[in-house]
Design a protein around this ligand. Structure first.
Ligand code: 13P
Length: 252
């Protein structure tokens, strides 16, 4: 019922020649995928959006940005707006990644504006939630994720334009993955919260991705969980063979 979605968050990686090589290899690999449904999104840094749109043209690969400003234009030096991203061919925007929250001070109030800006422009927001190690150890995971959802999402945000990514901060770039059951537990909790905001049907239609040290070796068991509908991949998406292996794990 929910088409699996594998998204690659390139973070601040790749020059233009490197990006061309990576995306060329991903494109070739995707053409050889078995039959079946999977959505694939690459999220390169801003400077690559126009050339990468060209590089994926005519393929099934979609493109997302990693951040956006909530205003459509104005005196905001260094920022990029959603209409500008739309110009490049982006269909998705990652909002509220833990690196944005932790390193750039983005809080739920700001993220609420950003998610609305993305969805109102007709793009899909990949909204990230997740607890820190300290919060998990204090048994506050559900409380933290509940706030990240309650203070940002609302009924007026079209559920068809929403993807949630659960990324436990302690699992990002650490090689330490949540176990499939740890992740499933939070995913089911998130789906329950979506049901509270929307209704059962909408909650069942929203894809909830897992992110945090997803690799070819663990993707299969994570994706096999009933409420894990895909992955938001960091490090492993920078290597075409690894990203493709994660995409192929959808079909196992
Ligand atoms: P890693 O896959 O490198 O742990 O990064 C996950 C992530 O932050 C994706 O957004």
């Amino acid at each position: 019922m929910r088409t699996p979605l594998i998204a690659g968050n390139w973070k601040m990686h790749k020059t233009l020649p490197e990006a061309r090589e990576l995306v060329g290899a991903i494109r070739t690999g995707i053409e050889q995928l078995p039959d079946g449904r999977v959505d694939v999104v690459i999220c390169p840094p801003y400077q690559l959006l126009f050339p990468m749109a060209k590089a994926i043209a005519g393929s099934r690969i979609m493109m997302g940005a990693q951040n956006a400003h909530f205003e459509s234009q104005g005196a905001f030096t260094g920022e990029v707006s959603v209409p500008m991203l739309k110009d490049t061919g982006c269909t998705h925007v990652i909002i509220g990644h833990s690196e944005r929250r932790q390193l750039f001070g983005e809080d739920n109030a700001l993220l609420a504006k950003k998610v609305r800006a993305v969805v109102n422009a007709g793009l899909t927001a990949i909204y990230c939630v997740g607890e820190t190690l300290e919060e998990r150890e204090r048994n506050e995971t559900q409380q933290v994720v509940d706030r990240q959802i309650r203070e940002v999402l609302a009924r007026e945000i079209a559920p068809e334009r929403l993807v949630i990514a659960y990324e436990p901060v302690w699992a990002i770039g650490t090689g330490r993955t949540a176990t499939p059951s740890q992740a499933q537990e939070v995913h089911a909790f998130v789906r329950g919260k979506l049901q509270g905001i929307y209704d059962q049907r909408a909650a069942d239609s929203v894809r909830i991705l897992y992110g945090g040290s997803v690799k070819p070796g663990n993707a299969g068991e994570l994706l096999a969980q009933p409420d894990i509908d895909g992955a938001l991949v960091g490090g492993a998406c920078l290597v075409a063979a690894d990203f493709l292996a994660i995409i192929r794990a959808v079909f196992h």
